[in-house]
Design a protein around this ligand. Structure first.
Ligand SMILES: Nc1nc2c(c(=O)[nH]1)N[C@@H](CN(C=O)c1ccc(C(=O)N[C@@H](CCC(=O)O)C(=O)O)cc1)CN2
Ligand SMILES: [Mg+2]
Length: 294
């Protein structure tokens, strides 16, 4: 068997196109331009690339972009002051502070300071709590993208066995909540899970977010399963160059799975597309309008 490759780039592009069309209509009908503030502290090269891509895709979708680049030695107080300023700015509907942050800054405190209505990363405890109890919220982008990709294979997830490998606050836990909301039967597995391979082999939908290059082997996958690989790991490649791999051994998984997301080109592009969708949603909700679903 050779798995179908789930095209995250294509789905991300269609979401961005829908955001752009909805934003154009919002501007025409109400004169509102959704605004996204992106805050980068320090010079982490990967973070610089992600923020650059966020700014580019924000403007390409016709949204307003406000970029704030701060030096690595920025104090926590100065960053919190900027967040409060953005909270108060009516042109800013969404705020994201790129992670990771330098060690002198407590990310939990920064996230807690963002107005939950502008928390387009969906990391604030108010949004996390709303997701758990099934109330309307801003949903974290990578989890949202992961579930949208799974739904391209299984439009109805009702009753399917889903295993989420990884229990982080920003991916594993919210993915599990979204899958529960879709009526899947969800198991959250992690490094302490007994007989991890056998647990993974139960899954019709296997979502892997552990941050360990190619940890999940073909033998861990149920034949025909849908595999969503959230990992993005840079490993040494040929000729001294590096290459990106996921948390799943793609070559082995291709032989067993029914469908799989590639790395790159799977979940990654969905993260920024869902960020734009959340910014549109935040702007519409702030103005008493009903946002579209994606
Ligand atoms: N405030 C946030 N910080 C971080 C988040 C986040 O959602 N909010 N997620 C990651 C980084 N990230 C977005 O910020 C992100 C990661 C990867 C991609 C992506 O498109 N990846 C490509 C490959 C890119 C490459 O060549 O390196 C892919 O998978 O195809 C987009 C966004 C941590 N921080
Ligand atoms: Mg873990």
């Amino acid at each position: 068997m050779t798995a179908r490759i789930i095209d995250g780039k294509a789905l991300a592009e269609s979401i961005r196109n829908k955001v752009a069309a909805e934003a154009a209509e919002l501007k025409r009908s109400h004169g509102i331009v959704p605004g996204l503030a992106a805050v980068l502290v320090g010079e982490n090269p990967a973070s610089q690339v992600y923020v650059r891509n966020k700014v580019k895709q924000t403007t390409e979708a016709g949204l307003a972009s406000f970029e704030h680049v701060l030096p690595a030695e920025t104090t926590q107080d100065d960053l919190l002051a900027l967040v409060r300023q953005l909270n108060a700015d009516p042109k800013v509907h969404g705020i994201l502070v790129q992670l990771p942050l330098p060690p002198q800054i407590d990310p939990d405190l920064v996230i807690a300071t963002i107005d939950p209505a502008k928390d387009v990363d969906g990391f604030h405890v108010e949004n996390a709590g709303r997701l758990v109890v099934g109330q309307e919220s801003l949903v974290p982008c990578t989890p949202q993208g992961s579930v949208l990709l799974a739904k391209t294979v299984h439009p109805d997830l009702t009753g399917l066995e889903a295993v989420v490998l990884g229990r982080s606050n920003i991916v594993g836990k919210p993915v599990a909540q979204l899958l529960i909301a879709e009526s899947a039967t969800v198991t959250v597995a992690h490094s302490r899970t007994r007989d991890l391979e056998a647990v993974c082999r139960r899954a019709d939908i296997l979502v892997v977010a552990v941050g360990r290059p190619e940890m999940v082997k073909g033998s861990w996958i149920k034949p025909g399963a849908t595999v969503i690989d959230v990992g993005i790991n840079r490993v040494p490649g040929e000729n001294g160059k590096s290459r990106l791999v996921g948390d799943v051994d793609f070559k082995e998984a291709m032989e067993v799975a029914g469908a799989i997301t590639p790395v790159p080109g799977g979940v990654g592009p969905m993260t920024i597309a869902c960020l734009l969708a959340n910014t549109l949603k935040a702007a519409m909700v702030a103005n008493g309008l009903t946002p579209p679903s994606f």
